[in-house]
Design a protein around this ligand. Sequence first.
Ligand code: ATP
Length: 361
Amino acid sequence: MSIQVRHLMKRFGDFAALRDVSLDIPDGKLVALLGPSGSGKTTLLRIIAGLEQQDEGVVLFDGKNYTYRNFRERRVGFVFQHYALFYHTTVFENVAFGLRVKPRAQRPSEAEIRRRVQDLLQLVHLEGMADRYPSQLSGGQRQRVALARALAIEPKVLLLDEPFGALDAKVREELRRWLRRLHDELHITTVLVTHDQDEALEVADQIVVMNQGRVEQIGTPEEVYEHPVNPFVCQFLGGTNVLPGRLDRGRMRIGPLEVEVPGHQDVRDTPALGYVRPHELVVHRDAVGEGGGLPMLVKNIHVIGPLVRVELGRTDTGESIEAELAKDRFRELGLTVGESVFVTPRRLRVFLGDAEVGLAH
Ligand code: ATP
């Protein structure tokens, strides 16, 4: 089932949690709502579910207006961040719940419930755990029970609110891969709320980037990562260094550094911002090419597994930026704290105000 959201507005008192949100969620896709805390992701998800009422705007399911249909009528499966399981009863009964509360005419027989629950437990790889209580399961297993329970009603749409947010990093990574495989098997239209950009980039077909109650950008992971439409999206996905400079007739000048930005020949000596991701910075021991690169001092070195994050301070303005190097490259350079280096960007996104004006390579 596809979902269309049109001009949603939601206020809590004076606070506007959603400001004119419109988006399309195609049938059978996994879409991530990604944004910082308080950007309105959960509010949007709850309105889609029918758990919250909007002030203005409509939600359409397959083109039909569902605004006044309640949670049950919408046939949505919902999974919360904090398991929301029934702790006094077994895994089996937790999963069977949605089937037992159906109106009598639609309620499956006891034998059918048994079969369906066993199938669901197999699907979420919890066969053999039917008689356990939630307290006897790990956090990851509990979330899989919650997902099996949401799937038991054969939902047309699956809504997941930070389902892996409370789990530790390793389990979270395993579960998000598992979720992607499960989605590829079931093809249920799924909306996943997350503030974790890696999670969204790894599992989603489409990412909706939200900020302060607005949609900033909608696109495939590749589109939002490689072609962010504004500095916020650029910054939120991938972490970014900001290098203020001036754009003049297709050339961006940042200190002694000068790079060609295709297009915008008509812009004359205007302040602009250069954005460069940590892994797109190249660190040299000596001055390179025309202008020599940006002179920097090595301020700190952090080794994180196979990567090394090097904190650098500009010698001209004092601003700090961060470069990410592979450990081999770092060893080759033999950097130590306090040393002088030169930095050039492999790619530089140039923004004038809120608009991207070019990508320099
Ligand atoms: P998080 O990742 O922290 O859950 P979010 O992007 O999901 O954030 P929402 O939970 O949708 O954000 O909240 C958006 C804003 O609306 C927040 O500032 C929040 O404080 C506010 N808000 C949400 N629900 C209510 C409520 N019932 N009453 C008042 N304010 C609320």
